[in-house]
Design a protein. Structure first.
Length: 484
């Protein structure tokens, strides 16, 4: 007799187990393993069912003519930038984000833009009634768009309805966690149902050529809920990021089979929905507090787009045995490395200080080129020395204290000059990559010690008292301190 398939599945990561246990061994989460009908699926294939003979198929040579995948522009430039130029026929996209971040708003705007362009767009909601979707559309000024709506959760009924008449160019499923299929004996929202429903919708997309967008819930740590296999099955995974208190929203491609994965789309949440931001640098820097210690402007690159953003740092004496290290919008491990380099090579002692670092505007920085700007903001806050308001910083810091060059230096400098900045602090080895038309005064640094010394020399008496963490024997010629 055939062995029964495991019927206990983790609802967080999708790992299967032969018995129930309180903690999932794969992801470490507690109380996420539930019993599901996986054994019924194994019996459906059945030990008594004869194995199907395979049929030979034709193999193609590697060399040959290739054609770009035909795309359908969405009508929203920022979304097209992230997807690589529009929706590919037969592609399936998974969009995730925190509740209330604006996923449904973005997708109803996209469906309305395509519908107004003469393409059939269908919006299937499993969480809201048709009347609720209509109210949102009216509030956004999209009530006249010929978008077809439905409130349905049965995958078989959805596919049967979409197969009638003209094939839709765009289908939005909001959300995949609410869908269920008869092929799986499990409750809606479970890992088995999410996987089965996604498989059925992906088969429909590949067969019909319709672009399907699946909305996915996220867990408390920001990861898309459900089995990771769904992310591997779809063609693109888009993450909608942003803070609820901020009006900025960032759309980022985590995976994209038909385009880049390092582009971002920037939106602003308004009363009439999401508005595209064509110049995010100007928006991120619109509310700068000029002349305040602890702020530095970082010239970064997101994909092919240069983005200028403000890094804010606060260094304050701690009252705890273990100082706090809080980071918003940057890698905490990267901050720990920068603090270690400052202490080991620059004589900056921060073991008795709380350190807070924030990326203004809700943007999440991933490239190491922000090391130099973060270090400048930290030292500026420590010694109470405001940085020049017309300067931008970028450069990667190595463990030896050297400042390493980064890619696309010219694009960063051109963006800074366009926004009115007059100088740039950059790695010394990057001077040869800069053309003569940069229009900025370039202050090159070969090591972090020289930059720290220049900032500390401008510190006020208050900063000197608070900056007692700088060792007296560390580069005494550069760190001049007033007595008393």
């Amino acid at each position: 007799m055939a062995r029964r398939a495991p019927a206990f599945v983790c609802q967080n990561c999708g790992a299967a187990s032969g018995r129930w246990q309180g903690r999932c061994e794969a992801c470490g989460e507690w109380n996420t393993i539930t019993e599901e009908g996986a054994a019924a699926e194994a019996r459906a294939a059945g030990p008594g069912k004869p194995a199907r003979k395979g049929r030979p198929f034709m193999l193609e040579p590697l060399a040959g003519e290739t054609e770009d995948a035909p795309r359908l522009p969405s009508g929203i430039a920022e979304l097209d930038r992230v997807t690589g130029g529009g929706f590919v026929r037969g592609s399936v996209l998974l969009v995730g984000g925190d509740p209330g971040i604006g996923k449904s708003t973005l997708l109803i705007q996209t469906a309305a833009a395509l519908a107004r362009g003469g393409h059939r767009s269908v919006y299937i909601s499993g969480e809201e009634a048709v009347a609720q979707v209509r109210l949102r559309a009216e509030r956004l000024g999209l009530g006249s768009a010929p978008v077809e709506l439905a409130a349905e959760t049965s995958v078989e009924d959805i596919i049967a309805t979409l197969s009638q008449g003209k094939t839709p160019r765009l289908v939005v499923i909001d959300s995949i966690q609410t869908m269920w299929t008869d092929a799986v004996e499990s409750a809606p929202g479970t890992v088995t149902q999410v996987r089965g429903s996604a498989q059925a919708l992906i088969r429909f997309a590949k067969r019909s050529g319709a672009a399907v967008i699946l909305v996915g819930h996220v867990t408390k740590d920001g990861q898309i809920a459900g089995p990771r296999v769904v992310e591997h099955m779809v063609d693109a995974v888009l993450s909608f990021e942003g803070e609820g208190s901020q009006q900025f929203r960032i759309l980022r491609a985590v995976k994209n089979r038909f385009g880049p994965t390092d582009e971002i789309g920037v939106f602003e949440m308004t009363g009439l929905g999401l508005r595209e931001v064509s110049n995010p640098s100007e928006l991120f820097l619109s509310e700068r507090d000029l002349g305040s210690p602890g702020t530095a402007v970082f010239a970064g690159i997101e994909g092919t787009r240069p983005v200028l953003v403000e890094l804010q740092a606060l260094v304050a004496p701690t009252s705890l045995g273990t100082p706090r290290r809080a980071v918003v919008g940057w890698d905490p491990s990267r901050l720990s490395m920068v603090l270690a380099v400052l202490e080991a090579h620059c004589g900056v002692k921060l073991s008795g200080h709380d350190v807070y670092l924030n990326v203004a505007g809700g943007l999440r920085i991933q490239e190491p080129a922000a090391d130099l700007a973060a270090a400048a903001a930290l030292v500026s806050s420590l010694v109470n020395a405001p940085l020049p308001t017309d300067a931008v910083f970028f450069g990667e810091i190595s463990l030896s204290g050297a400042v390493r060059p980064v890619a696309q230096t010219s694009a960063r400098l051109k963006e800074a000059a366009k926004l009115g900045f007059g100088r740039a602090v950059l790695p010394e080895s990057a001077r040869g990559e800069v053309g003569g038309d940069a229009g900025l005064v370039l202050n090159t640094v070969g090591g972090l010690t020289s930059l720290v010394a220049d900032i500390a020399a401008r510190g006020s008496p208050k900063g000197n008292r608070e900056g007692a963490a700088v060792e007296k024997n560390a580069t005494q010629a550069r760190f001049r301190r007033e007595n008393g």
